[in-house]
Design a protein around this ligand. Structure first.
Ligand SMILES: [Zn+2]
Ligand SMILES: [Zn+2]
Length: 264
């Protein structure tokens, strides 16, 4: 079974390699039935061309994906986007999302306040804070993001572990709360293999958290978070095993912001 990769970046974001059409060729070469681009929506609280596409790039990104759709008849290339949850800029995000016919929208928590938690240049901040509090606040952000109704899927659900910092107390109640909010808000989660390429060397989300998501019947998607064509579909056999270990028997893809259920 070849599972489609729905979390693929493009050189528009400023930190991805290759040419955009090479990502499509990679997905087709692996025999995927479809694929989806989900590049970083511009941030509204800061401008950093190494983090996201610029605002002027958004229409170009959409146009480029449309060209690839036209050039690949019979092979659906979905138009997704990865949008940051920044509480002060939800209106800007909503406006941007409404401007284009996205097939799906990933929500990400990359920031706690001004702190870019997944950027290596700021990882020293983990040493200065109470790690349990960092986890609690991070997952409060995830729940708040899900409640906005802006996002179809929360991506890399426990990216807060990226550099290997672990909570020292039991997080079951926190995870359970998040699972409840996701289920109630109709938001899916993603099995993301990029954590295997980070210092933590683990899939996002970890098995304990994923089992709690399963208990809440939160649907899953699959993504590599590819920032290079050779990362498309990376470690999907491990993702599949992980999903099954948590008890999942199906997953979803998206078209026109509607879930399409698929057996695992
Ligand atoms: Zn990225
Ligand atoms: Zn991300």
């Amino acid at each position: 079974m070849v599972i489609p990769d729905f979390h693929i970046h493009t050189p528009f974001c400023g930190h991805a390699g290759g040419e955009i059409q090479q990502y499509v060729a990679a997905a087709r070469g692996l025999g995927m039935p479809e694929m989806g681009f989900a590049d970083h929506l511009p941030l509204f609280h800061l401008t950093d061309p190494s983090l996201t596409m610029g605002r002027e790039d958004l229409p170009l990104y959409v146009e480029r994906v449309r060209q690839l759709q036209a050039a690949n008849p019979g092979f659906p290339v979905r138009l997704g986007i990865e949008a940051d949850y920044i509480v002060q800029h939800l209106d800007d995000v909503a406006k941007a999302l409404a401007s284009y016919p996205f097939d799906y929208v990933y929500g990400s928590v990359h920031f706690i306040g001004d702190w870019g938690i997944d950027q290596s240049r700021f990882k020293y901040e983990f040493e200065r804070r109470d790690i349990n509090e960092v986890y609690e606040v991070y997952f409060e952000h995830v729940a708040a993001a899900a409640r906005t109704g802006l996002f179809d899927i929360m991506t890399h659900l426990d990216v807060v572990k990226k550099y290997g910092h672990r909570p020292t107390k039991d997080m079951t109640a926190v995870y359970d709360g998040v699972g409840g909010v996701l289920a109630k808000s109709n938001v899916a989660i993603e099995l993301n293999s990029s954590g295997l390429r980070r210092p933590v060397r683990e899939i996002y989300p970890g098995l304990e958290l994923l089992k709690i998501m399963r208990a809440h019947a939160v649907p899953i998607t699959f993504g590599s978070d590819a920032h290079n064509p050779d990362q498309v579909g990376r470690d999907f056999s491990l993702l599949l095993r992980h999903a099954r270990a948590a008890g999942y028997t199906d997953y979803v893809t998206f078209a026109g912001r509607e879930r399409v259920p698929r057996p695992l």
